[in-house]
Ligand binder design. Structure first.
Ligand code: ADP
Length: 275
């Protein structure tokens, strides 16, 4: 009997190894497929603006003398805009690699949320010029422990999306409030819009690199990296970010929860210990 059991066990182990090998082969094939989809997507995102720069600059070189002042200015604007787009995309890719390799080291210190929201709004002024921005950050909101450069980038990416996906003339709201929870993550900052919102199945997937909800979203000047960078940056600063919809699905809501300053958290723990 023991021999028979041992044989059966050996057979079962062999089968498990076989399944394991098949699974491993499947995983490797999936990884290969993802890698090549990623390369195709990156190449496309690099090629499109580069083709526009090449087209505009070649036309300028060949026809400069016979062109009107206005056409020259138009083509030069294309060169500048598309180069900026390339620049942004490459900066995003570099940020992504730094996040994924764990090399992101935030330079966190105590900062005023209102100040950083203000500078993100100034940077986004041009892209938000067809929307109304409504800011509601209480003056007595506790300072937060963040890297101001990273936090500004997170807010800028969210404002950029709101401007891209919500209709012109609509309101983009930025709200801040102090949560009541003990410990970290209790200063909340929220960016919401009145655009199409995000289907509930995609609410978490929008934070994946290169993920886009609608096919039509590909044609907009996006990289599919904005939100994954937001999540990478916020998590590197010890916070969290999540997506939701307004109750009636009339817009997207992004909520960031940031760590409260360590010394205040410590004071509260001390108070708790005393009681
Ligand atoms: P993209 O460069 O495509 O905007 P993101 O990572 O910033 O990349 O966003 C991923 C996807 O999430 C977008 O392509 C879009 O489908 C969806 N999305 C992001 N922000 C919003 C928003 N405010 N309203 C509706 N959909 C959004």
């Amino acid at each position: 009997l023991l021999d028979a059991l041992a044989d059966q066990a050996a057979l079962a182990i062999e089968r498990i190894q076989l399944v394991d090998d098949i699974d491993r082969a499947k995983l490797a094939a999936e990884a290969d497929r993802l890698r090549s989809a990623l390369l195709t997507s990156i190449s496309h995102d690099l090629k499109t603006p580069l083709a526009a720069v090449l087209g505009a600059s070649t036309t300028l070189r060949d026809y400069f003398a016979s062109m009107s002042e206005e056409d020259r200015a138009d083509l030069l604007s294309t060169v500048v805009d598309e180069s900026e787009r390339l620049n942004r995309f490459i900066a995003n890719l570099l940020d992504m690699t730094r996040i994924e390799s764990g090399a992101m080291e935030p330079n966190s210190a105590l900062h005023d949320v209102g100040d950083i929201v203000g500078s993100a709004l100034r940077r986004a002024a041009k892209i938000l010029s067809h929307h109304r921005a409504q800011v509601n950050i209480p003056a007595d909101l506790p300072t937060v422990s963040v890297d101001p450069v990273l936090f500004e980038q997170v807010l800028f990416n969210l404002l950029d999306n709101a401007a891209k996906y919500a209709p012109e003339g609509s309101t983009v709201e930025i709200k801040g409030w102090a949560g009541t929870g003990i410990g970290t993550g209790d200063v909340m900052v929220q960016v919401s819009d009145s655009g199409p919102g995000i289907p509930s199945d995609d609410l978490d997937r929008v934070f994946d690199s290169f993920y886009r909800v609608r096919k039509g979203d590909q044609v907009r000047a996006g990289t599919g990296l904005g939100l994954s960078i937001c999540r990478g940056f916020v998590e590197a600063m010890g916070g969290t970010i999540s997506a939701a919809n307004r109750p009636d699905r009339s817009g997207a809501v992004f909520t960031i929860s940031l760590p409260r300053p360590q010394e205040i958290a410590n004071d509260i723990t001390k108070l708790e210990d005393m009681t």
